[in-house]
Structures are given as structure tokens and as C-alpha cells.
Design a protein around this ligand. Sequence first.
Ligand SMILES: Cc1cc2nc3c(=O)[nH]c(=O)nc-3n(C[C@H](O)[C@H](O)[C@H](O)COP(=O)(O)O)c2cc1C
Length: 179
Amino acid sequence: MKIAYIVGSLASQSLNRGLAKALASLAPEGVEFVELPIADLPLYNRDYDGHWPEVATRFKQGILDADGVLLITPEHNRMYSAALANALEWSSRPWGTAALVGKPVAIAGVSPSQLGTALAQSHLRGPLNFFGADLMEQPELYLNATQAGVTADGDVAEESRDYLAGFVEAFVERIRTGQ
Ligand SMILES: Cc1cc2nc3c(=O)[nH]c(=O)nc-3n(C[C@H](O)[C@H](O)[C@H](O)COP(=O)(O)O)c2cc1C
């Protein structure tokens, strides 16, 4: 099983990429986590349709090829990041070909504040429902970086590991069983 993950941060020392690494390290046997990079995607506009840059074609194909997609979002001004919004635009165009339609999707995130990306994730559910993604509503995974011991290197506190592992397990099960 292949789970593609998208990290909505462009920061070199991203806590959210650290969280992605921690989740990937907890993947059960036979489950592969692959990052779909978004840093080199240009800002989408519809003039690209008909002659997409290679980086965008590869990105969208990566979604189509995956059994499930994990979106790991930072919270920027109580929203998911502009980088992630741009990636979602590429995934959804041209009209009628949105790559996330029917795709099992889970969302997660970490921030240094107590909000833990809860507000960003709440916003993210809107477009995912619009796309008709098969969104995992529960369990949710939002973390305060200090409490959960999440670092950009992918470390996580021992006490948080079960929570993270349970999230990965639930997503894998959902992809396997369709519920
Ligand atoms: C433009 C901007 C807006 C931010 N707004 C929020 C916010 O609304 N809530 C929050 O918890 N953190 C906010 N932060 C702090 C981020 O959570 C923090 O920078 C975090 O490390 C971002 O994730 P990353 O390390 O994966 O890039 C903001 C950071 C930036 C750069």
C-alpha cells in the first residue's frame, strides 16, 4: 500500500515535515510513505492548462497513483498554508479531473501553539468535502509541538507515539476496508 503525503510547509526546519517523518516511521509492514514535494510548484493559474509544467504533472500523478493521501498542514493565520492551497489547486484542475475525488485522505498537523493546527484543519475539511475526497474524520491528529515533543528531525515524545501510531493504523485500515 502506498500513502502519499504532502507537507504544507516550505520551511527548511519544518515541524510538520518532522511530524510526517515520525508518522512514516510508524507505518505498519507493507505500507510505504512517499512525499509529494510541492515547493517547486508555480502558483497555479488556468493559463497553464493544456501545457502543465512537468513538476505539476508529476505531483498530480503522484496523487492518482497513491492508495491514500495524507495532508500535513501548518497553521498560518488560522488557515492552512498558501503552499498547500496552491498544491490543492493543481490537484483539482483542469475542471472535472480533480485527483482527490474518492481518494482516502487524512489530515494532520503540528504547531508551537496550543491550537495545534486545529483551526487550519477545520478549514481544510471544506475543500476536501467539495472535491468529494473520502476524508477520514476520526481520529483527528493535531499537536502542540512542545507537549508532543515533535521536532523538525522527526523526533516525537515517547508518550505521543501510541497516539500517532493509532492515527496511522486507523488510516491504513480505512484505506484497506474502505470505511
Ligand atoms: C505567516 C504565519 C502565520 C502563522 N499563524 C499561526 C496560527 O495562526 N496558529 C498557529 O498555531 N501558529 C501560527 N504560526 C506559527 C506556525 O505554527 C509555526 O511557524 C510552525 O512552525 C509552522 O509549521 P512548520 O514548522 O512546519 O513550517 C504562523 C507562522 C507563520 C509563518
